[in-house]
Design a protein. Sequence first.
Length: 525
Amino acid sequence: MPDLLISDARIVDGSGRRPFWGSVVVTGDRIEGIIRSGAAEHPPAARTVEAGGRVLAPGFIDSHSHSDVMPFIEPSMDSALRQGITTVVAGNCGGSGAPGVGRSEAAALSGVQPETLPPWSSFLEYLDLMEEARPAINVTSLVGHGTIRGNVLGPERRPPDASEAAAMQHQLEEALDAGAVGLSTGLVYAPGMYATTDEVVELARTMAERGGIYASHIRAEGELLWDAVDEAIEIGTRASVPSHISHLKLETEFVWGRAQELLHRFEAARAAGADVSADQYPYTAYETGLSSFLPPWAPVADLKTILADPAEHDRLKRSVLEGDPGWQSSVRGVGWENVTAVGNQARGPIGLSIAELAEREGLDPFESAMQLIADDPETIIIGHAMQEPDVESILAEPDVMVGTDGLAISPAGPLGRFGVHPRYYGTFPRILGRYVRERNVLSLETAIRKMTSVAADRFGLVGRGRIEEGAFADIVLLDAERVSDGGTFAHPHRFPTGIDLVVVNGGVAFDGTVRSGFGRVLRRS
């Protein structure tokens, strides 16, 4: 007898084809069969869910997640599961939970102390322990270039020598052999920003024979966007590996309105033989650490010394406000009034723009920002730096994947007291509600394909991302007329509506009640 029958559904199978009416039969962790309406009798099953015409789709794949250690902290992974996500791709922006220093860095990002996590050092140990944690959803991971570089060179701002480059290559090889799906860089963050293009190319070449994708938080997303995109494409081409640009966007007034030019750049690169892709979150604001506003020559460890020297203080202020050659200011073209300090561990929640905070403190905004970093280098900010028409133009591109760029959390967890970005809770429902149903930016079947099979194919997640016979039973049942994101920037910790059932590897992980334990660690095959 089948374990689960979902009957009378409007099936959007992830292929991009038009929906059709039918029922899905699940046995064990697989889709045993698909019965089109009127084609055959439904078999009896241990559990039957009447869809009543609601949409049945493959489970959503979060192509850009930072949930590297969330299975150890909140294995229910609520904010992901409840929006229909059945798989997250972690290890992005140059930082991964392993090897080495990745454990402590991922813990800090997740709001916990490293000693609360189980001990590991290698990527293999990390993945094995994550499997034992029995998360609610599937997790796969890239390995971070910044993590590897930090293990070998620490915070040093120089190229690796031959032995250090070999050590970095060895750590990448070990991670790939353990199951990492590729290499990520965060070229706006230390220590990734200290790497030259040649350094990244040489490391990425390790994947040419083993397989794997190169994913990058590129060096700039505003004034210097074009050079940064070109660098990511160049790295993939020279290393003979697929390249992927994370959270594609146009930040600051210097590039607003140029989305079509950006998309044409991708088209031209592909026409020239490049294998390049991208993902996106559907919001006009980003979230990051305030320390990323510091130029490469001013690491956090030296900040107090720099600020104490009048000449260096003035140099840093000019850099932060105006940028340096080859390095983009995050303030120029946006303004402090559009940068909100979410909070930090020293001060707790803040929820004011840097401009508002500075006025309250009687300081220049630059001084307020530097004090926040000095109090806690992990200070989180939200920058309202994009425009809606550009977001919609990128979203309409059929092959741009979807990523939350967030963590799978809950309001009761360690990050629940902070004003996180609403994308943690609402990315996928927001696309289906706002951009499919309300604004008709793209069709339902195109949106579902972007959320499922495109990402599964790109990251090598075999048997995922489609409703078809023999596929893993990662499934989401949703009400297309009701699905909507619930969170806002003022009140982000709100679950979406319209996601009624989530099945992970054949197990009902959410039907109004969250159940952990059905997820798996997906290792590169």
